[in-house]
Structure formats: C-alpha cells, structure tokens
Design a protein around this ligand. Structure first.
Ligand SMILES: Cc1cc2nc3c(=O)[nH]c(=O)nc-3n(C[C@H](O)[C@H](O)[C@H](O)COP(=O)(O)O)c2cc1C
Length: 360
C-alpha cells in the first residue's frame, strides 16, 4: 500500500479499526506543514453536514505524530492519523459470508480468509482516502512553490446535470465549486445533480458521476517518458481511489473519432512563450507536460451499497440468498471524491516534480 518514488505515501488503518493514517517519506526538510490547511482539506472530504452523504459522523481531527518541528517538515518520516470514532460493526457481521454485490467483500474474503476485517469495508473503505487527502494537502504546498495549482470539480452526476467549466481560472473554479454540496462550478447544474442524488436516495439506490481535474503551471517537460509518463503516474494513483472506473486525458475517447488535422493542437507564441491554441492532448505529449493545463476526467461508479434487496450467495452454506445492505452509505460518492482526486493528482505531480529536479 505504497505509492511514489521520491514522495512515498503509504496508508495504514482500516474503516473500523482505531484510526486511519498516512506515512510520507521524502518531504523536503523545511516544507511548511500547516495543520489548519490540512484540516481544511480533510473537512472537504467529510460527510458531516452534507445532506446528500452518508450519516456516519466523524470528526476527522488531524493528529500529526512525527516529522514536523515548528511548523515545517524535518525531513524525517512524516506520520499523521485521524481516529475512527463513529464505528458500528454489527451491520457488517453478516457480510463475512454474504458478499455485497459491487463491493470488495468477495475477492477480499477469498484472498485474506474468513477472518478478514471487512467491517465498514475494511481497507477497501472510502475512509482510507483520509490519508490521501493529508498527503495531497502537503503535495499541493510543495507544488505551489513552483507555481503549480490543482483543482477538481464535479462535471456530472448520473445521467443528469453535465456542466462545462464556466472559466479557466482555477481560483474561480475552486470557489464556485465550493458553493454547493456536489462540488459543481455552475449552480444550475449543481441543483440538478443534487436532485439526482436525492432521488437515488429516495429510491434506495445510488448514482455515479464524472469528476474533472485540472492542473496549471506545470513545468514543460515534467514527467518520465514511457512507464512513468504523466498519464501513467496520474492514472496509477487515480485508480487507487476506490470506486474509480475510468480516466480520460484531454479529448480522451473522443480522440478516436477525430482526424489528425482536428486533434493536433497548433503551437502558437503567446506572451513570449509557446502555447497551443487548443488542448486536445490534455497538456501531455510523449508523457511529458507541455505547459498547457493538465486536464483529465474520472468516472466514479454508483455506490455499491444500496438499500435494496440484491442477489448474492452465502459462501458458507453455498446457497443463493438475498442481501439488504445495512450500515451507512453515500448514495453518491462523487461529491466526496472531488477533494480525494485533487489530492492524488497533487501527490503524483509532486513526486514527478521531485524526480525531474523541478523541486529541490
Ligand atoms: C470518499 C469515498 C467514499 C465512499 N463511500 C462508500 C460508501 O459509503 N459505501 C460503499 O459501498 N462504497 C463507498 N465507497 C466505494 C468503495 O470503497 C469501493 O467501491 C469498494 O472498495 C470497491 O472498490 P472498487 O469500487 O474500486 O472496485 C467510497 C469511496 C470513496 C472514494
């Protein structure tokens, strides 16, 4: 459970254990570590106060264990955690033998055996993303020193409410997306998306959606060609986020039906530097950053734990059975995945920046 070469992030804990945490090696000594800022990012991930999310109530109070002195990284291993407070195991006891359709229960039980702690999803829970948000917050501090900014926002929920970013200014996008519960930068689509989530919840069902991530200020040439291209590094860490099913960079799948004359992004001089007049490449050529905004979209599946009877099997009795999933679940993961996807992108970019010598 470790990601990164120069900025090495590992996760610990589980959904219903005492805590979830993160260990980070490779933070350059002297990097400012601001607990208030990290807490602010953690608060963006929390379901509390969100009408549309799980009713699990967690404070997610940041505790920094090691690696910081007088507000700055010491250069030694950093570790932080948050306690799991609102733990209710009972709804999960039955899952030991009847796996939830769409969740990790079945392959996890086969791999780790019947004693595996799958309570609350165990290590497959969305709660593990707490550590990613802590690491992402620090990675964004590092990236800011070289003028890189990262923002994620909700593009669509289920079949409803697709939105197009109303501006290319990341600061404006960020503040608009923060104004509603779904994290969409345009209030009209946000209202349709909220309704789609509420309707799914009323039906005992769930919905998925698409998150768009943008990063600006990337130094030209960032990325390691071939196996650790910007696409490879970003996709690797994005697919670590539970419930992510697809990613497309720039024009993505639409590129397959375009002509070269249409897809190629013409180079232009602008303000004394090379830009492209379109950005179908999503800011990457040959696995390296072009200096144009990195743009990609991520498909998040509908939450598997739904409040309807579903067909499954009893692994002990070897019989067919029906399950109604108890526990507290998000009818839509997307609004909470926004900050997580922003965070993992920052982790991947900071690691590449350290590897390429763009960060000291
Ligand atoms: C922030 C976040 C919250 C999540 N909340 C839930 C949830 O409440 N219920 C659920 O069934 N899955 C939830 N998930 C998704 C599951 O963890 C995930 O579907 C499961 O581990 C199986 O992995 P997979 O979907 O990547 O195959 C959440 C994921 C994230 C990122």
């Amino acid at each position: 459970m470790r990601y990164g070469e120069r900025l090495r992030v590992s996760l610990s804990g589980s959904s219903h254990g005492p805590e979830v945490g993160v260990t980070i090696e490779g933070i350059p000594a002297g990097t400012p570590i601001d607990p208030v800022r990290i807490q602010g990012d953690l608060d963006r991930r929390r379901p509390v106060g969100r009408r549309l999310a799980t009713r699990r109530q967690e404070e997610d109070r940041l505790v920094i264990d090691t690696g910081v002195d007088q507000g700055a990284a010491t250069g030694a291993t950093f570790r932080a955690h948050v306690a799991n407070e609102d733990v209710r195991r009972e709804p999960y006891d039955r899952l030991r033998s009847t796996p939830r359709p769409g969740h990790a229960d079945y392959p996890a039980r086969v791999r780790y055996g019947p004693e595996a702690d799958l309570s609350g999803g165990g290590i497959f829970s969305g709660r593990m993303t707490v550590g990613l948000v802590i690491a992402g917050s620090i990675a964004r501090t590092l990236l800011a020193t070289i003028g890189v900014d990262v923002v994620a926002f909700t593009r669509s929920i289920g079949p409803e409410g697709a939105t197009v970013a109303p501006t290319d200014d990341l600061a404006v996008l960020r503040s608009k997306a923060a104004q509603n519960e779904v994290g969409a930068p345009d209030p009209e689509s946000a209202a349709r998306m909220e309704e789609a989530i509420s309707a799914a919840r009323r039906d005992g069902d769930s919905v998925g959606g698409v998150v768009e991530v943008r990063a600006t200020g990337l130094p030209v040439g960032l990325g390691e060609p071939f196996f650790d291209s910007v696409e490879s590094a970003v996709a690797h860490v994005v697919f670590s986020v539970p419930a992510v099913k697809a990613i497309e960079f720039g024009a993505g799948f639409a590129a397959a039906s375009m002509h070269g004359s249409e897809h190629n992004d013409p180079f232009v001089w602008q303000d004394g530097r090379v830009r492209t007049s379109s950005n179908h490449s999503g800011g990457i050529l040959g696995g390296l950053a072009t200096g144009m905004p990195l743009v990609f979209r991520v498909a998040v599946k509908p939450t598997s734990s739904i409040a309807r009877p579903q067909r499954t099997v009893d692994l002990d009795d070897k019989t067919a059975t029906t399950i109604v999933v108890a526990g507290r679940h998000d009818p839509c993961i997307v609004p909470r995945a926004v900050v997580v996807l922003e965070s993992v992108t920052a982790i991947a970019l900071a690691d590449l920046a350290l590897r390429g010598g763009f960060l000291p």
